[in-house]
Every structure is written in structure tokens, then in C-alpha cells.
Design a protein around this ligand. Structure first.
Ligand code: ADP
Ligand code: GLC
Length: 477
């Protein structure tokens, strides 16, 4: 089974959030279950620098009027074939993958178009996928191009990692994307008079998936559907939720190169050392018995961090500590910086993106706060489980599917792995933080059991890889 994944992120070279982690892990896990998966990404400068020996494997004479484009073929260190779409006018620029310079529609329209073209015609060596697997809006026009071009084509899968980002543009861009005007209708790429990349993918792809079973259900409802719930409900029989996994090569407290001391479920004493080192690094009081809550997150409305900000005083009054790493919304950045200033030694805030510190935070923290308003899957709570930091999460999307609340019943039957609350409400998060602190301070044995149980949970990519394979097999009959 040959599969081509197309996306805009790939850890460790281009990563903004979990999408990058998924692209680094899923194709590799698929290859381990016999799927011959390859990846296509824009030739961002970081990738061109990382793969200077990439070989020419095809090209397009004129990619949407932006000039010639080449497909360069490299291999990741793990051996996954990686095509780089070399279209310098579009991708050879500094900044993040999504930095807005006014032509995002063209950059990602071109990525979609090139993916469709490569999947339809194959590369210069004759490699052609049976499945084109698209991830998020930046690639969502690919199924539309394939359907509109007609003729022989590979099957298509559209995976939603986040419905909140859709790629909506003025209808005028249709022509610039070389899309026929008949595509601009409700049964097409049109969305309330505008062009929507994601709508196009959700309409034209053979199958749809998202990254947790609960989110797959939620997005068929107006509250989570971001305006596309009607279409998603209509296509419910083509839509499946497949949980993400944890890449143990990258995320393991037993081997992470970012940790000074290692530990695992059976030998947890190293975690105490990690906590002490973290407190020292962040200038928090070096108190071993004080519960330390961490946050590692994009600072976006999705993540519900305003609920944490409104709980800083409460958390401190319970004697707990808070350590946050994140970047994004300027108002949240400012709010958290002020909280750290106000509660020196108790609250530490690092604004920015720091992969190594993310590992040290999870290893040193007792708990991780993820109060998301919605969460397609969420990876940090999975990493936290593995690193022995109990996740405190809202019951939504993948958070609901991966964390079991600690109650008398779940303690008794040994299924508890963290703390779960329902309403988007700072007060309820506050109560949940109180519950966590009580268990930590007054029932340390129970805490240790919950922690150990979480560390042993196996969210393996192999399981997800097999589910995707079943999905492909269904499509191909
Ligand atoms: P999302 O993709 O919505 O941001 P996920 O939980 O799926 O949420 O994935 C987030 C990924 O990004 C994780 O690998 C997390 O460690 C990482 N991450 C988020 N913010 C930061 C940051 N400020 N510094 C380092 N890593 C971060
Ligand atoms: C998105 C979602 C997150 C998910 C990630 C990878 O960024 O917000 O919940 O884990 O994609 O699928």
C-alpha cells in the first residue's frame, strides 16, 4: 500500500504544534506495519538546509503561474522518503510556516495543487501513491483538484487536526488557484460566498478523519462544528476518529536527551531530581513537597488558558506552584508575565517556544493543566502521562478520550490517571485544582498509584497506524 502524506509541518524542522509531531511519527509507524508511506512538504528553508542532498524527482513546468516547481526527494534519518516542494517564490522565505504575507492562499493552494499532481502522475521514478492523505486546511484543496481534473486518480483522505483553521478567502482567488468556476458552489469549495480550503477537502475527499473519537462526534454539532457541522453530519459515515499516539523515540522520561536524570514507571526517584532542577532553573522555591503545576501550550483561545490565569491566586493560596511555557496571544502573554512578577518564587513564566524546556517541565511537574475549550486530540496530556505529570483536563475531544478522572470508584478499580472537569468555568477548574492538591498533599500513596498507572498507559502509534491502514483498505475495497 503506497500512501503520500501532505502537510505543512514536520518535527523537528518545521513545527508549530502537534501536527508536526504527528507527521514525524505516523508515516514511520505506518512503514512498520507495512504501509509504504511518504511525505510531501513545502521546501521551507529549514528543510532545504537539513536535506542538502535531496535529489530531483520530478517537477511542474508552471505551478499556478508562480513559475516552475521541483519535487526534491530526501529521506528522513529514520528512512521515511520525503518530497520537498521546491517553489522558491512561495516557500523560500524566513519566518514561521504560516506567517501571513498576503499570499497564503497561493502558497497553500500551490501545495495542494502540487500534491494532487504528484499523486496523480507519480514522481520521475514511477512511484505513485494509491492514497493521498491530506492534513488540515493547507492541503485541503488537493482532493478538490483531483476530483475536478477528472480521470484516473488515487483515493483521498482528509484528516482534520483542527477545525478552527479553515483557510477562507475571497472568491476572487479561485481564478488565481486555477480552479474552474464550477467548483464554486455549495457542493464544492464555496462557503457562504467565499472560498474555503477545508470545505473543499471535506466535500471532495473520499474519506474524512479526525484525531479522536470524541472530536469526531463533537464536530457534527453546531457548538464544535465551526460552521461545517452540517457537512460533517452529512458525511458522518465517511468520518472516523483515530487517536494520535506518543512517539517514544522523542517523548520518553527514560531516554530524553533534554533531561539531566532519567526515570520510568518502575523507577520514579529521578522525577524528584528533575523537579528540583526545574524549580532551580525557573527560580521557584526549591520545595519538594509543594505541588507543581505546569502548562506547555500555544497561547490561543482554544486552550482555555484564561481559566488558568483567573486561578493563579487560588493556586498560590493552596501553596502550589505554577510553571508556564507558551507563546501566542499578547494579552495572555502579558497576563502571565504579570502573574509571575507578582508571585516570584511561586509562579514562573517563559514566553517562547522551547522544545527542551517542554521536556524538563513535564519531567519536573507533578501535574499538567490543559483546560481546553476544544481539543481535537491533544498531545501534551499524553506526554504528561508518560512523564508522570497528572493531566488536569477539560472533558472534551481527545482529552476526554485519554484521561480518566480520579474518583473513589476509579481509585478503587485502578483506572484513574488524572483529573477531568466539564464546564468551561474558572471556578470549576479551581475546584479541580483543589482536588488535585488534596490528593497530592493528603494522599501521597494514591497520588503515586495514579501517577504510575498513567505512566504505564500505552498510547502507541502502532495502534493508530493499523487503524489508518484499515481505513485505506476500506476505501480501496
Ligand atoms: P496543538 O497542536 O493544538 O498546539 P498538541 O497538544 O497536539 O496541541 O501539541 C502541541 C505540541 O507543541 C506539543 O509537542 C507541545 O510540547 C508543543 N508545544 C506547544 N507550545 C510549546 C512551546 N511554547 N514550546 C515548546 N513546545 C511547545
Ligand atoms: C491540532 C490540535 C491538537 C492535535 C494536533 C495533532 O493542532 O489542536 O489537539 O493533537 O493537531 O493532531
Amino acid at each position: 500500500m503506497r500512501v503520500l502524506h501532505v502537510a505543512a509541518e514536520l518535527y523537528p524542522w518545521v513545527k508549530v504544534g502537534g501536527l508536526g509531531d504527528v507527521l514525524a511519527a505516523l508515516p514511520l509507524a505506518q512503514r512498520e506495519v507495512g504501509v509504504r508511506a511518504r511525505i510531501l512538504l513545502p521546501a521551507y528553508p529549514a528543510l532545504k538546509t537539513a536535506f542538502p542532498d535531496a535529489e530531483l524527482a520530478g517537477g511542474m513546468a508552471n505551478l499556478l503561474g508562480t513559475g516552475a516547481a521541483r519535487f526534491l526527494l530526501a529521506r528522513t534519518p529514520e528512512g521515511v522518503p520525503l518530497y520537498l516542494l521546491d517553489a522558491p517564490a512561495l516557500f523560500d522565505r524566513p519566518g514561521g510556516p504560516y506567517d501571513e504575507t498576503g499570499d497564503s492562499y497561493l502558497r497553500f493552494g500551490a501545495l495542494s495543487c502540487a500534491a494532487a499532481w504528484l499523486a496523480k502522475h507519480g514522481d520521475a521514478h514511477g512511484w505513485r501513491p494509491r492514497i493521498l492523505h491530506c492534513h488540515d486546511w493547507q492541503t485541503a484543496l488537493a482532493p478538490a483538484y483531483l476530483a475536478l481534473w477528472g480521470g484516473d486518480r488515487p483515493a483521498t483522505v482528509m484528516t482534520i487536526h483542527n477545525l478552527a483553521y479553515q483557510g477562507i478567502y475571497d472568491k476572487g482567488v479561485l481564478e488565481k488557484l486555477w480552479m474552474p468556476s464550477e467548483a464554486f458552489r455549495n457542493a464544492g469549495v464555496e462557503y457562504h460566498g467565499q472560498l474555503s480550503f477545508l470545505k473543499g477537502g471535506l466535500h471532495f475527499a473520499d474519506r474524512l478523519s479526525t484525531v479522536s473519537p470524541t472530536y469526531a462526534r463533537e464536530i457534527q454539532e453546531p457548538a464544535f462544528g465551526e460552521g461545517l457541522d452540517g457537512l460533517l453530519a452529512y458525511r458522518q459515515h465517511d468520518l472516523v476518529g483515530i487517536l494520535n499516539g506518543v512517539d517514544g523515540r522523542v517523548w520518553s522520561p527514560a531516554s530524553s536527551p533534554h533531561l539531566a536524570t532519567h526515570f520510568d514507571a518502575a523507577h520514579r526517584s529521578g522525577k524528584k531530581v528533575c523537579k528540583n532542577l526545574l524549580q532551580r532553573e525557573l527560580h521557584l522555591a526549591e520545595a519538594p513537597r509543594v505541588p507543581l503545576f505546569a502548562v506547555v501550550s500555544r497561547l490561543a483561545t482554544q486552550k482555555g488558558l484564561d481559566l488558568i490565569l483567573s486561578n493563579v491566586e487560588h493556586l498560590v493560596s493552596l501553596g502550589a506552584q505554577l510553571a508556564l511555557l507558551g507563546a501566542g496571544d499578547p494579552a495572555l502573554e502579558k497576563g502571565f508575565k504579570a502573574a509571575a512578577h507578582h508571585h516570584r518564587g511561586r509562579v514562573a513564566v517563559r514566553i517562547g517556544y522551547d522544545e527542551a524546556l517542554a521536556h524538563r517541565l513535564l519531567a519536573g511537574a507533578d501535574a499538567l493543566l490543559v483546560p481546553s475549550r476544544f481539543e481535537p486530540c491533544g498531545l501534551t496530556q499524553l506526554y504528561a502521562l508518560k512523564y508522570g505529570a497528572l493531566p488536569v483536563v477539560r472533558r472534551t475531544g481527545g482529552l476526554a478520550d485519554t484521561v480518566v478522572d480520579t474518583t473513589a470508584a476509579t481509585l478503587a478499580d485502578s483506572t484513574a490517571t488524572g483529573f477531568v472537569f466539564d464546564p468551561v468555568d474558572g471556578w470549576v477548574l479551581g475546584e479541580t485544582i483543589t482536588r488535585a492538591c488534596e490528593l497530592y498533599v493528603h494522599h501521597p500513596r494514591d497520588w503515586a498509584r495514579v501517577q504510575q498507572r498513567g505512566m504505564k498507559r500505552d498510547f502507541s502509534w502502532r495502534v493508530s497506524a493499523k487503524r489508518y491502514l484499515e481505513l485505506y483498505q476500506e476505501i480501496l475495497g
